[in-house]
Design a protein around this ligand. Structure first.
Ligand SMILES: C[S@@+](CC[C@H](N)C(=O)[O-])C[C@H]1O[C@@H](n2cnc3c(N)ncnc32)[C@H](O)[C@@H]1O
Length: 270
């Protein structure tokens, strides 16, 4: 059963090897998301401008190997980031790659499990919960439950900042179609021969590296199911409705490129 413990980096994986895998992770993610770095920058700008303190406590939900967390800490060195994921392989790589980064702690928790936040052992209410390319893995009900729990966890006035592809084909179908078309065209221009390393390639290569074998075995033993394809959580209205019913006050897009957007929600002040 996932818990928030197990903070140690796997000894068998050196920081250099782990960072090389994280670099490959970033490259394959960036190939699918040409604006990934711009979206990270916008999200971190929002934390910086919205937290109202130089030492914000931030949760990174579905953190993978910690790409957003380390960028945030480079920009806001006084911050503390609790980086949450349920995948033993990406968590293990993150822990091995970034063990020396002050202010960063990885936590093993399944965001679908009610009460997941209790295991994080937070000593105060977070100023922000951030996430990139992760929450579309959840079903609609799991997303609603996650937002409802977050509304009790964040401090009054705290922010939820979710960077992901979220289509708005309910209220603006033509704009949604054009947004998708622009991204597809840009992808074809950038990668006329396809992606150098795809998502599947990355996972297959990681599974074939003997150094990562213990993490791969742990991953196989506890597979985090994905709702990737056709997930309701890839629709903007599903997020907006769930955030509103969880009691978030303002909900809206802060940054956008087609359907790739940064959605922000504000917990009401006390
Ligand atoms: C595409 S990756 C994105 C990782 C990272 N945020 C980034 O931008 O590089 C999606 C991540 O969400 C995590 N995830 C999916 N469902 C989850 C769940 N129920 N609980 C915790 N993490 C989850 C996956 O394990 C994976 O690491």
């Amino acid at each position: 059963m996932p818990g928030a413990g197990g903070q140690t980096a796997p000894r068998s994986i050196s920081p250099a090897v782990a960072r090389a895998w994280v670099d490959r992770w970033d490259a394959q993610q960036q190939d699918y998301l040409p604006d990934r770095e711009d979206r990270f920058t916008a999200l971190i700008d929002a934390v910086e401008a919205g937290a109202d303190r130089p030492d914000p406590l931030v949760l990174d939900l579905g953190c993978g190997p910690g790409s957003l967390a380390v960028r945030l800490l480079r920009r806001i060195p006084g911050a503390t980031v609790v980086a949450v994921d349920a995948d033993p392989l990406t968590l293990g790589l993150g822990r091995a790659a970034w063990a020396q980064v002050p202010g960063l702690r990885f936590a093993d928790a399944d965001l679908r499990a009610p009460g997941w936040s209790a295991g994080l052992r937070l000593d105060r209410k977070p100023d922000a919960a951030v996430s990139t390319t992760a929450l579309h893995w959840l079903t609609g009900p799991a997303l609603a439950a996650l937002y409802a729990e977050l509304a009790t966890v964040l401090r009054p006035g705290g922010l939820l900042l979710n960077g992901d592809h979220m289509v708005d084909d309910d209220s603006q179908p033509t704009l949604a179609r054009l947004g998708r078309a622009l991204i597809e065209r840009e992808e074809r221009r950038r990668f006329p021969d396809g992606h150098p390393e795809t998502w599947t390639d990355w996972w297959q290569s990681a599974a074939a590296d003997p150094v990562l074998a213990p993490l791969v075995a742990a991953r196989e033993a506890r597979r985090v199911d994905s709702e990737h394809h056709g997930s309701p959580a890839s629709r903007l209205q599903v997020h907006v409705a769930a955030l509103r019913s969880a009691g978030f006050a303002e909900v809206g897009t802060l940054w956008q490129r087609g359907e790739n957007r940064l959605l922000c929600a504000v917990r009401p002040a006390a």
